[in-house]
Write a protein that binds this ligand. Structure first.
Ligand code: ZN
Length: 268
């Protein structure tokens, strides 16, 4: 498949819907892709009458696969192989006031200073880049960059085309969130591991990690507009882990202080 279409489908799986110029025929704004949460596919087509671009693609985890036992067919786990990535195109954050300001705004600068998180800068794309290690290892398998341009698209960019599950902190409680700064913020609480999906799709790798790690409690806390997806993830996983629930937060975790976070998590 056309690389650009692949990219748009991936974006649709995160954003829910994407409208763009057609990568195939080049018509302006005729390409449309929509994520269908119930079946975990992205459907796409081009509205140009002379263009044949049309289809659907599975993304993330398939509910039917889960019911029938885990990932028996190779095509069910396209995200399973994560190559190590090179970080040589990124530069240091040193003296980059805009990037540092961003980290401060999302309450991550202290973690960066204490070297708990590896953050770099992509000069070309003007992105603050969070380096993603594999879930239960030390290899750098992805990098996720947040644009600093005021209307930069996409807001978050994944440098490798695999899942980018990001885990930080240690403890017996896991809180699943959408983006990396939220995971960082929540990991500051005692006994809490923050895990960012970098989107709203539960990857096979993350599911394996959750099952294997035996957390005493798992909370799914995606952004407010993705509450339904939180529930879906919870439904998909609940028979495989000890204790999982959805947390509904009115506020964005990145903007909450410690007291508010504790209130949200411990009142459960
Ligand atoms: Zn087209």
């Amino acid at each position: 498949m056309n690389q650009d279409i692949e990219y748009l489908l991936e974006e649709a799986s995160e954003m829910g819907r994407v409208r763009a110029d057609c990568p195939d025929c080049g018509s302006s704004n005729t390409f449309s892709a929509t994520y269908i949460p119930n079946s975990l596919v992205v459907r796409y087509n081009c509205f140009d009458a002379n263009c044949e671009v049309k289809g659907s693609k599975k993304v993330g985890l398939q509910k039917s696969t889960l019911k029938n036992g885990l990932f028996t067919k190779p095509q069910d786990c396209p995200m399973a192989i994560q190559d190590e990535i090179s970080l040589s195109n990124f530069s240091s954050l040193q003296n980059n006031s805009k990037a540092i300001e961003y980290l401060q705004k999302v309450q991550c600068y202290d973690l960066y200073e204490q070297k708990h998180i590896d953050v770099r800068y992509d000069i070309k794309q003007e992105r603050v880049v969070f380096v993603v290690k594999e879930l239960d290892g030390n290899r750098n398998v992805n990098a996720v960059g947040r644009t600093l341009r005021s209307n930069g698209k996409p807001k978050w960019f994944k440098y490798a085309k695999t899942s980018a599950d990001y885990k930080i902190g240690s403890g017996s409680i896991a809180v699943l969130v959408e983006d990396i700064p939220s995971a960082c913020v929540v990991s500051k609480l005692h006994d809490v591991v923050g895990i960012a999906l970098c989107g709203t799709i539960l990857s096979q790798l993350l599911l394996n990690h959750l099952v294997k790690t035996n957390y005493s409690k798992i909370f799914v806390c995606l952004d407010k507009d993705a509450a339904l997806k939180s529930i879906e993830i919870c439904d998909t996983v609940k028979d495989k882990v000890n204790n999982i629930g959805v947390l509904f937060s009115e506020l964005d975790l990145k903007n909450m202080n410690e007291e508010e976070l504790e209130e949200l998590i411990w009142k459960k």
